[in-house]
Write a protein that binds this ligand. Structure first.
Ligand SMILES: NC(=O)c1ccc[n+]([C@@H]2O[C@H](COP(=O)([O-])OP(=O)(O)OC[C@H]3O[C@@H](n4cnc5c(N)ncnc54)[C@H](OP(=O)(O)O)[C@@H]3O)[C@@H](O)[C@H]2O)c1
Length: 235
């Protein structure tokens, strides 16, 4: 789908990758961008409307779907990462928290906005996934599981929505330079570059996009004899 004149809702739009996407959407001529935020603030960008939206809160999600009923593109970007291993004592609680945002939050938003997109002619959904959908390590542990789960959801959602003409694009990306990866010593991609690649892929009608070279290599390595997910990337 085209970004020009689109009416977009981005979750987690106040900082990090979400904020860079907002800038890129406006630069490409989106008519309006609803900036979903847990704590709404004026981002000071023309064409951007702050919307109170915690994706773990069903009332917020329903209110956003009613308020933003002219949306033609939904970007499920909001996410949390708590790095730590499965064998830590609190790993199940941490996994539950992350699943609530990274997985159930995306399902909740997609359920609420599928009829909105249908009413507005089909449109699109971008789900922000990760290279960690495919590879993991003790550091990434339960976070990677949330991204594998939402990758699976994304592929099913695409089938659900094909009849109503909604394009569903999954973005897989390795480390981006945002608050989420603060303190992690690993090469990081500028989120502005990833935002541009994502919207290029959306406009090209793609179903999947890889935000960096690492992710492209990992994707190729999935079917290697020594599959890439058998070796940890970050210890
Ligand atoms: N950074 C990376 O290396 C990387 C790599 C692959 C994928 N990703 C994915 O990219 C997405 C954006 O991450 P980021 O790097 O930009 O992280 P970030 O800088 O930590 O920003 C996360 C954003 O999500 C919002 N958020 C968190 N929980 C929320 C909730 N329940 N409801 C609504 N908004 C919520 C945050 O809002 P608050 O300000 O209120 O906390 C913030 O705006 C995430 O899905 C992440 O998993 C990131």
């Amino acid at each position: 789908m085209k970004v020009k004149d689109a009416i977009v809702l981005v979750t987690g739009a106040n900082r990090g990758f979400g904020l860079q996407l907002v800038h890129e959407l406006i630069a490409r001529g989106a008519k309006k961008v609803y900036a979903g935020m847990r704590t709404p603030v004026d981002l000071g960008i023309e064409g951007v409307v702050p919307v109170k939206l915690d994706v773990t809160n069903a009332d917020d999600v329903a209110a956003a779907a009613a308020l933003c009923s002219d949306t033609t593109l939904l970007v499920n970007n909001a996410g949390i990462a708590q790095f730590g291993g499965y064998l830590d004592a609190n790993s199940i609680d941490i996994a539950r928290d992350m699943f609530e945002t990274n997985y159930y939050g995306v399902i909740r938003m997609s359920q609420a906005f599928a009829p909105v997109l249908k009413a507005n002619g089909g449109g699109g959904i971008v789900n922000v996934l990760s290279v960690a959908s495919w590879i993991s390590s003790p550091l990434l542990g339960p976070y990677a599981a949330t991204k594998s789960a939402v990758w699976s959801f994304t592929n099913t959602l695409r089938q659900h929505l094909s009849e109503q003409g909604t394009q569903v694009l999954g973005l897989h990306v390795g480390f981006m330079d945002t608050d989420m990866t603060h303190g992690i010593e690993f090469p990081k991609t500028d989120p502005r570059v990833v935002a541009a690649k994502t919207l290029d892929a959306l406009e090209a009608g793609k179903a999947e996009v890889f935000g960096d070279e690492l992710t492209e290599k990992v994707k190729l390595g999935l079917s290697a004899e020594q599959a890439v997910y058998l070796a940890p990337v970050v210890r």
